[in-house]
Write a protein that binds this ligand. Structure first.
Ligand SMILES: Cc1ncc(COP(=O)(O)O)c(C=O)c1O
Length: 448
């Protein structure tokens, strides 16, 4: 077993945990709830969300936006980050807008209490059913992703209006692809030339889309949008993208009433990750929009930010129980837990990195280099490849902070695993957001 000198880092890494995380006598609690006790009561894998962290992250974003931008603003949550119905209701109560990409997300948003004027429909291949639903509900905006979709939506809108006494052209944005590559994993880049997302500026498609939409009586073009990717920690590409959107609009004599540079601002999963502050992002984006409007002498558009990860990631913590610990033929040490890629695909999908902690022995120092893996039948089923852990053994509890976004929303039944219990924690209150799935009562059994 290899023992190493530790890199300098805070032990335990409290900055990665929810804001209500505390530890004493070696035990970690969130919102006053001891994680070991929760794991024993509810079983593992277990996910917990800290309500106060969601509230504080949103408050920080709202404050930064209000300080930096004198015009109208809106924050719309990217539902794909995590949108279980009970979680969605909490967000609706906080007055957020939401960006949805499917009928499922749309229906959950509606039931959770989001009004249609709070909803944007995104997606690179929206179905006729999704577009019709958006037309019928008159969503705040349908974010058109291609010239093909623009024509398709127009044909649906035209049909939808046949015989209607009042024609209400749908409010649309165009998702523009500026051709900018951001410094993040290739699978999280969405604004470069080779992406499947959006309408490229290069080659003139974006200009054509603006002209077409402006001339269509069945479409009401109100805004431009771009989304460069996720886990972005530099502001330069956002500023450049905003300048490109305005150059495009100017050339087509179009003045956007609404403008969104998307989401994508980064969250720290490890202590050595860059920590460019949220305010830096918001101020840069707001200043870039104001500079463009000043130059043209135009009123400020409503500025819409679309964070997903920023609002959900740090609030969530995943809890696992250690099972098999072993050494392979080459001397590699393996620690396996009772979850893995079925509840957290991010390491396999994006080589995402995490920091694991032992919530019942917080003072223990990470000294052992291991591969922390799941129980699923794939060699790529890592939670953390090549990491330092305190010594652990079968039965120990492990916690993975920053587990609130793009984990449960991508969870699967691989190996017929049951999706885990999810709890919402507040002081003196535990609410079940999702009960543990029961494979034997799942619909596909009962339909036989
Ligand atoms: C269109 C759009 N907006 C916003 C987001 C949110 O990104 P993030 O969770 O990184 O803030 C996404 C996620 O990929 C997206 O596709």
């Amino acid at each position: 077993m290899k023992r190493e000198v530790l890199p300098e880092r805070e032990i335990p890494p409290m900055g990665l945990l929810p804001v209500t995380a505390r530890w004493s006598d070696g035990r970690l609690s969130i919102a006053g709830h001891d994680l070991g006790a929760l794991a024993r009561e509810w079983g593992t894998p277990l996910y917990v969300y800290d309500g106060e962290t969601v509230r504080q992250e949103l408050a920080a974003l709202r404050q930064a936006l209000a300080a930096a931008y004198p015009g109208l603003t809106e924050i719309t949550y990217a539902a794909k980050a995590y949108f279980a119905p009970r979680f969605a209701s909490k967000l609706a109560a906080l007055g957020l807008g939401v960006d949805v990409v499917s009928l499922g997300e749309l229906h959950v948003a509606q039931r959770a209490g989001f009004a249609p004027e709070k909803l944007h429909l995104h997606g690179n291949n929206k179905s006729a059913a999704e577009l019709r639903a958006a037309l019928e509900l008159n969503l705040q905006a349908i974010v058109v992703d291609s010239l093909d979709e623009l024509m398709f939506l127009e044909s649906l809108a035209r049909g939808a209006h046949v015989g209607a006494p009042v024609r209400r052209a749908p409010r649309i944005w165009l998702r523009i692809t500026p051709g900018l590559t951001v410094d993040t994993h290739a699978y999280r880049q969405t604004g470069h030339h080779a992406t499947k997302f959006g309408i490229p500026i290069a080659g003139g498609q974006a200009a054509e889309a603006i002209r077409y939409a402006q001339n269509s009586p069945y479409l009401n073009l109100v805004g431009l949008h771009t989304h460069l990717g996720s886990q972005i920690h530099e502001v330069g590409p956002y500023v450049e993208a905003i300048q490109m959107l305005y150059a495009l609009a100017r050339a087509e004599n179009f003045t956007p009433e609404e403008l969104s540079p998307g989401g994508g601002w980064h969250v720290r999963y490890t202590e050595d990750a860059p920590d460019t502050q949220l305010e830096t992002w918001v101020q840069s984006v707001a200043a870039a929009v104001q500079a463009e409007c000043q130059r043209d002498g135009n009123p400020l558009p409503r500025l819409i930010l679309e964070p997903g990860r920023w609002l959900a990631a740090r609030a969530g913590v995943a809890l696992y129980t250690v099972g098999t610990c072993k050494t392979s033929g080459d001397g590699t040490r393996w620690v396996a837990v009772d979850g893995g890629m079925a509840d957290n695909l991010r390491p396999a999908l994006y080589s995402a990195r995490y920091t694991a902690i032992v919530p019942e022995r917080m003072e223990d120092v990470p000294t052992e280099r291991v591969n922390l893996v799941g129980k699923f039948c794939e060699s790529g089923d890592f939670l953390i490849e090549n990491t330092l852990l305190p010594p652990v053994a079968r039965g120990d509890l492990l916690a993975l902070p920053v587990s609130g976004a793009y984990q449960l929303s991508m969870a699967s039944n691989y190996n017929l695993a049951e999706r885990p219990t999810v709890l919402w924690l507040k002081e003196d209150e535990i609410e079940v957001l999702q009960p543990r799935e029961d494979i034997l009562s799942a619909a596909w059994w009962n339909s036989e």
